[in-house]
Design a protein around this ligand. Structure first.
Ligand code: ZN
Length: 279
C-alpha cells in the first residue's frame, strides 16, 4: 500500500472566506498550529509534503527551515493563496516567481517539485496553469478534486495519478506534469471524498478509514489537512452558521485524534517519494 500525507501550510486567515476580513493586527497562529504537528510527525517518524503559502516564508523562516531539516517535502501553495480562477496567467506567473524568491531567501538549495492550487481551483478553465508550472520547473500538481462540489472539482476525472490532457479527464502521455487527484472512495457510480480536510472532520472516522483502505487497492492514496484544523484556539469570528460549521466543526482536539488514528493506520510518505519512487 502506498499513501502520502500532504499539509497545506497556511493561516486560518488565508481561507477564501476570511482573506479579506483579516484585521491588520491579527496573529496568523501558524507557529502555534504547525509546531505541535511537526512534533507529532517527528514522534511517529512520518514525513509529509507541505504545500506552503509563500507569504508565510519571510514571516516564519525558522519554521520553514525546521520542516525541511526534518525531512518533509516542500511544495508550493501559491504566494498569496488566491484561487486560480481569480488570477490571469500573468498574475499566476508572478505568484510562482514571488514564491521562488521567498523560498530562495529561506532555503536556497530547495527546488519544489509539487504544487497545489488554493481551493482545488484546477478545472478545464484554469488548466493553463499546468503549462506555467512546467515552465517554472514543477513536475507534479495536486489540485484536482475528482468530484464536483458546489465550489470546486471536476466530475469524472481520474482518481489516481496520471498525466492529464487539457480537459483533466483524459490521459496525455506527453503532458509535462503528473497530476495526483485527491482521494475518493468509488462506490459504484458514487464518489465519496475521504481525502482529509473538512471531509475528515465531518464524516465518521470509520468511514474514512474504510474508504481510504478501499481506495488504496486502486492506487496510492492521498490525505490532506491544514495545521489550523488542529488548532484548539482558533479566533472565534462572527460568521454565518454555514461558515462556522465549515471552519470550526471538529477542529482542535477532535481533528488531532483523527489524524493520530490515520497515522496509525496508513504508511504515509511525502508525495514526491511515492510518485517518483523509481528514481
Ligand atoms: Zn489552501
Amino acid at each position: 500500500m502506498r499513501a502520502a500525507l500532504s499539509i497545506d501550510l497556511e493561516s486560518f486567515w488565508h481561507h477564501e472566506w476570511l482573506r479579506t476580513r483579516r484585521p491588520a493586527d491579527a496573529d496568523d497562529r501558524v507557529q502555534q498550529a504547525t509546531a505541535p504537528l511537526l512534533d507529532l510527525l517527528r514522534q511517529r517518524g512520518v514525513r509529509a509534503t507541505f504545500f506552503i503559502v509563500g507569504d508565510l516564508i519571510d514571516r516564519h523562516p525558522d519554521l520553514i527551515r525546521r520542516l525541511a531539516a526534518e525531512g518533509h517535502e516542500i511544495g508550493c501553495h501559491t504566494f498569496s493563496h488566491r484561487p486560480l480562477w481569480q488570477l490571469t496567467p500573468a498574475e499566476f506567473d508572478a505568484e510562482l516567481a514571488q514564491f521562488a524568491g521567498a523560498l530562495a531567501r529561506c532555503l536556497p538549495d530547495v527546488r519544489p517539485r509539487g504544487f497545489r492550487a488554493p481551493t482545488f481551483s484546477l478545472s478545464p478553465a484554469t488548466a493553463w496553469a499546468l503549462q506555467a508550472l512546467a515552465r517554472h520547473g514543477y513536475t507534479y500538481d495536486s489540485s484536482l478534486f475528482p468530484l464536483r462540489t458546489p465550489i470546486y472539482g471536476v466530475a469524472g476525472a481520474p482518481t489516481t495519478p496520471f498525466r492529464p490532457a487539457a480537459n483533466l479527464i483524459d490521459a496525455d502521455p506527453a503532458a509535462a506534469l503528473q497530476e495526483w487527484p485527491l482521494t475518493v472512495w468509488q462506490l459504484g457510480r458514487l464518489r465519496l471524498p475521504v481525502c482529509g480536510g473538512i471531509y475528515l472532520r465531518v464524516l465518521p472516522l470509520r468511514l474514512i478509514r474504510r474508504g481510504l483502505a478501499a481506495a488504496a487497492r486502486r492506487g496510492p492514496i492521498l490525505l490532506y489537512l491544514h495545521p489550523w484544523e488542529l488548532d484548539a484556539d482558533l479566533p472565534r469570528l462572527p460568521l454565518s452558521r454555514r461558515e462556522r460549521f465549515v471552519l470550526y466543526h471538529n477542529t482542535g482536539a477532535a481533528m488531532q485524534r483523527r489524524l493520530r488514528a490515520l497515522l496509525d493506520a496508513f504508511p504515509f510518505q511525502p508525495m514526491g517519494e511515492v510518485l517518483f519512487s523509481d528514481q
